[in-house]
Design a protein around this ligand. Structure first.
Ligand code: GLT
Ligand code: MN
Ligand code: MN
Length: 389
């Protein structure tokens, strides 16, 4: 029997160059691993069964590279993509590392810094388009504050909006087929970040010139840091037609951004997420935005990458079992009660439906007596996950 859990390109697993390239630096300690050459990462990830890699401009091209150095690097990288059959479905801009962005990029108080951020992003969009990326992520790592008195709050929203409008129009002008995915985070590296959750982003998008070009890139760790249920954010984005990309990883609640291996902490939520993506036929990348523990050497990095993909496939197989479990499905059809007549009345207001609803006797005390069997459903879910079912 073929190994069900062997990742293949058709599964659309992707990694950021910055994820496997993470050298294990943290605020208290230096790098523990050597940098990886992007072309080498492409080769290694393709051997593990990945579909592609995603990148920031500076994951590939050093900040201060000359035009000819840039062209040479891009040429070699494209050759590696071609040699190993790997794609670059998503690209993004590093607007957080260089000290010039210490007070933000698009929301810096200094118009020169904001203009430089726009210039840098146009170049990075060109790079993404050249590599074939159709999704462009915006994560505003430095768009935030420690001292709120320093900025006129509404300006930060307006500057962010103007930047997004600038880029959607730029992409249209260039004729690129590219859509944007906005990624929220509540804090870190700034004390507080603006547009801090997927929910904030979903509203912000509706205020843009071309909202149809812009969706979200929810990240498991970031919503969890905010104390939120990641699945709920993903579901809301999906229902709004705004789930353009997804950052899979794991995270303990109320901690710094841990970016843990997918499935390593909250197994049940990871399962429900995989089940949701698979049940809805998500056809985008399964992108892992995580990194190996600081304890690891290079082999540990590849163990980490293989683990993310294998865990996803294991959870996908569990989702199949859940969907084919007749006891569970029987319970679900009882739990998810349907009533065509009532649902018709509630689905749209009319004077007539209001009148009818007013005259009905719902017997709330009777309704309240019904047990819902969620204890049993949750136990059966656990048993599926533990492999005893
Ligand atoms: C950075 C951040 C991630 C973002 C990446 C895209 S960079 O590693 O922690 O969550 O998705 O800018
Ligand atoms: Mn992310
Ligand atoms: Mn993160």
């Amino acid at each position: 029997m073929a190994d069900l859990y062997q990742p293949k390109p058709e599964h659309k697993f992707t990694f950021g160059l910055w994820t496997i390239g993470n050298q294990g630096r943290d605020p208290f300690g230096a790098a523990v691993r050597l940098p990886l050459k992007p072309t080498y990462s492409v080769k290694k990830l393709s051997e593990l069964g990945a579909y592609g890699v995603n990148l920031h401009d500076n994951d590939l091209i050093p900040f201060d590279a000359s035009a000819s150095e840039r062209d040479q690097i891009v040429k070699e990288f494209k050759q590696a993509l071609n040699d190993y059959g790997m794609k670059v479905p998503m690209a993004t801009t590093n607007l957080f590392y260089h000290p010039v962005f210490k007070d933000g990029a698009f929301t810096s108080n200094d118009p020169k810094v904001r203009a430089f951020a726009i210039q840098k992003t146009m170049n990075a969009i060109d790079l993404g388009a050249e590599l074939g990326a159709t999704i462009y992520v915006f994560w505003g790592g430095r768009e935030g504050a420690e001292v709120d008195a320093a900025k006129n709050g509404p300006d930060t929203i307006k500057w962010n909006r103007e930047a997004m409008n600038f880029f959607t129009n730029y992409v249209k002008d260039q004729g690129y087929s590219m859509r944007f995915a906005l990624e929220a985070k509540p804090n870190e590296p700034r004390g507080d970040l603006y547009l801090s959750t997927t929910g904030h982003m979903l509203h912000f998008i509706e205020t843009l010139d071309h909202p149809e070009m812009v969706g979200v890139n929810p990240e498991f760790a970031h919503e969890t840091m905010a104390g939120l249920n990641f699945l709920h954010g993903v579901v809301q984005a999906y229902e709004a037609g705004k789930l353009f990309h997804i950052d899979l990883n794991d995270q303990k609640m109320s901690r710094f951004d841990q970016d843990l291996r997918f499935g390593s902490e909250n197994i049940k939520l990871a399962f429900l997420l995989v089940k949701f993506l698979e049940d809805t036929g998500w056809d985008g990348s399964r992108h892992f935005d995580a990194h190996a523990y600081r304890t690891e050497d290079e082999q540990g990095v590849w163990d980490f990458a293989a683990g993310c993909m294998r865990s996803y496939l294991i959870l996908k197989e569990k989702a199949r079992r859940f969907n084919e479990d007749s006891e569970i499905q029987g319970m679900l059809s009882e739990i998810r009660v349907r009533d065509e007549e009532l649902e018709g009345l509630m689905s749209a207001y009319s004077a007539e439906s209001a009148k009818q609803l007013r005259t009905m006797d719902f017997k709330p005390d009777e309704l309240a007596k019904k047990g819902l069997q969620y204890e049993k459903l949750d136990q059966l879910t656990f048993e599926i996950l533990m492999g005893v079912r």
